[in-house]
Design a protein around this ligand. Sequence first.
Ligand code: SAH
Ligand code: SF4
Ligand code: F3S
Length: 528
Amino acid sequence: MSHENRNTSDLKSDKVKDYSKYFDFSDAKLISQEDGKSTYRIKGRNIQINAAPSYRDEKQRGKEDVQVLYDFAIPDDMQEFGQGKYYLIATYGCQMNEHDTEVMRGLFEQMGYRSTEDKHVADVILLNTCAIRENAEDKVFGELGHLKALKAEKPDLVLGVCGCMSQEEAVVNRIMQKHPFVDIIFGTHNIHRLPVLLKDAYFNKEMVVEVWSKEGDIIENLPKKREGIRAWVNIMYGCDKFCTYCIVPYTRGKERSRRPQDVLAEVRELARQGFQEITLLGQNVNAYGKDFEDIAYTFGDLMDDIRKIDVPRIRFTTSHPRDFDDHLIEVLGKGGNLVEHIHLPVQAGNTEVLKRMSRKYSREQYLELVRKIKAAVPNAVLTTDIIVGFPGETAEQFEDTLSLYDEVGFDFAFTFIYSPREGTPAADMEDNVSMEEKKHRLYRLNELVNKHSKLSNERLLNTVVEVLVEGESRTNADVLAGRTRSNKLIHFTGDKSLVGKMVNVQVTHAQTWILKGEIVAQPIQLSI
Ligand code: SAH
Ligand code: SF4
Ligand code: F3S
């Protein structure tokens, strides 16, 4: 695409207009094709397709420029549309999706909608979905089954599916065939089109499908509805790493970094509003800035600038070991509001398996990175993600994962059984490890994870930790719950007025999943 001037209301419709090539349209009739929209009749329902996902297009990393746009506005005729109406968004998946939900909440509220948790009250229900593993998708299809009955009771209910699953051809096909009561399907690149798509679905009573296969532009001025004392800030979108098991590069498009001045302005504004903790988000935050052609500015530079902003805690996720450079390590060593918790997914402890996963580092390189981080960042707390049962993983190769875990001494890990994802290279690899064996490996790994979690918690016994108070504990209103700088959950007795503040807590009990303690001094005075 040439560097034409676009604006956020443009419809980026697909080059492909004959969707019957992509979907199981054996009993579908093409009714009309105009303004880049094709309308089919399938099983008694009209489906208007503005754009549909294509695995082939999602794989490509073209040279098309991504523009940064600042001109978003809710269309005039939608500004009052939600008066007296309620929305509900069910969110699955990672923090990226949680944050996208905050954007959609912002859009709904600008249209006058109010939020509800009650399905029976909602006028619009959106499922913001995750495609990372098969069980994530099963949950969504299960929920669609329940919503079918609700839709039968309440035909005016608008039901939407968005998020990463919508970027999959197979999912969109399945919804069109088996769940024709869904009203809107849109993807991760066209969230800002929600008001327009809602209008189409309401007035045309057709299913509206608009999923861009290619990444969209970066739209800076979308509304966001945040709650609580912790905030997420996107620093980049997409992923170019293409680990062989992973669907994310297809569902989220190519890596695009937000301009530093836009990220810094957002963080400053959140500081001014009194947020106590900010988590910088990206699928591969260490690649931040690599796509800038006009400036040399990396993730380390960004962290060094954010360090000077008056927010008590700054976190980031997720780090890819490959791009974790010395400059970043040096900046993290400066501490202050940059917390010493680093989530550094390793995935496997065997170099051969890492190679087949296309992680682009060896076991030794990962251990060397950990050594450098521990040397530069005092009290560094490391956590990780691990996949067991990758196709062809042998018993010995799995033992390497266990030994690496012991060697690093992670505080915690998210552990997963490998789940084949259609369209990814690993899905075509021969997999000779039985499910029973995979489950057994997961069990053994989890035993080790728990052992280290308990040990790391026990090391904190009798020390005083800085805690950000998040709220009352779920089970006992006299007990407050908070998080340490390293993100460990801690319970202690205290007054509700401390919620949102920092307190010093002495650790008195250490269990595998939780610490308990007692407040030892007055809240630390914050300058905010
Ligand atoms: N961008 C992040 C990870 C996002 S997905 C990163 O690179 O670290 C979160 C985790 O899900 C991954 O770290 C991986 O451990 C797991 N995961 C991804 N694809 C998977 C698959 N096909 N099967 C099982 N686990 C998977
Ligand atoms: Fe997936 Fe790898 Fe990208 Fe993480 S870095 S999102 S695991 S492809
Ligand atoms: Fe899931 Fe998409 Fe996140 S696949 S893990 S919601 S980026």
